[in-house]
Design a protein around this ligand. Structure first.
Ligand SMILES: Nc1nc2c(c(=O)[nH]1)N[C@@H](CN(C=O)c1ccc(C(=O)N[C@@H](CCC(=O)O)C(=O)O)cc1)CN2
Ligand SMILES: NCC(=O)N[C@@H]1O[C@H](COP(=O)([O-])[O-])[C@@H](O)[C@H]1O
Length: 199
């Protein structure tokens, strides 16, 4: 059964949705570890409540980026993680993690990539940019993670309308309401391919 390593900066809603799907038997996977760059994140508190091995690893604990990259990789390997799940993780993954887990790191982004992705595009900044651009639709994207921000192959997307009267909160809530189900669907499809011999 695939072992999942979560990285989250805030609430980790995607990680929680996936962990609940694993507990229901809807995903052939099991949570194995969680890392947060935010020592006071509710994702870290949730992981500890769940008895999940959890660590605060960040620029505060490891000011040197290479040392942080090594520490993140070490924690993932210590817990025999097979697949890395980014769940609102707001930092760029380093080359060591990217190399060892190439093709096995998933992320969810709150726009229809490739639109509204890349440096500086995260959280509410994305939704505000969508509204400012006058887009008629938005959604979330699950993609494989590569060295470039939000540039990896798309695995799945959700679609929601953008209303002319939309506020930032209204659009955020409408997009976020699709994320948990989308992430579970994308991971199920990924696991089907990953577990097929020779895939
Ligand atoms: N190597 C990669 N690392 C990460 C990727 C990726 O595709 N390749 N995805 C991001 C997640 N993400 C959007 O989905 C994202 C996260 C953060 C940023 C960003 O600009 N961050 C700011 C700092 C924000 C903060 O400190 O709170 C920055 O780096 O200046 C853009 C996109 C996760 N990592
Ligand atoms: N570029 C990455 C990004 O913006 N991710 C977004 O951050 C939010 C995290 O919420 P959460 O911490 O409650 O899961 C989610 O909406 C996710 O799509």
């Amino acid at each position: 059964m695939a072992r999942l390593g979560f990285l989250a900066s805030h609430g980790g809603s995607g990680a929680r949705a996936i962990a609940q799907a694993c507990a229901r038997g809807d995903l052939a996977a099991q949570p194995a570890a969680l890392i947060s760059n935010n020592g006071s994140s509710s994702a870290l508190a949730w992981a500890r409540e769940e008895g999940l091995p959890a660590a605060h690893l960040s620029g505060t604990t490891h000011p040197d980026p290479d040392a942080l990259d090594t520490a993140i990789l070490g924690f993932l390997r210590q817990h025999s993680v097979d697949i890395v799940i980014l769940s609102g993780y707001m930092k760029v993954l380093g080359p060591k993690v990217l190399a060892v887990y190439a093709g096995r790191i998933l992320n969810i982004h709150p726009s229809l990539l490739p639109k509204f992705g890349g440096q500086g595009m995260y959280g509410d900044r994305v939704h505000q940019a969508v509204i400012d651009a006058g887009e008629l639709e938005s959604g979330a994207t699950v993609h494989l993670v590569t060295a470039g921000l939000d540039e990896g192959p798309v695995l799945a997307q959700s679609n929601v309308p953008v209303l002319l009267t939309d506020t930032l909160e209204g659009l955020r809530n409408r997009v976020q309401a699709t994320e948990g189900k989308l992430y579970v669907k994308a991971l199920r499809r990924f696991l089907d391919e990953w577990e097929r011999p020779g895939s």
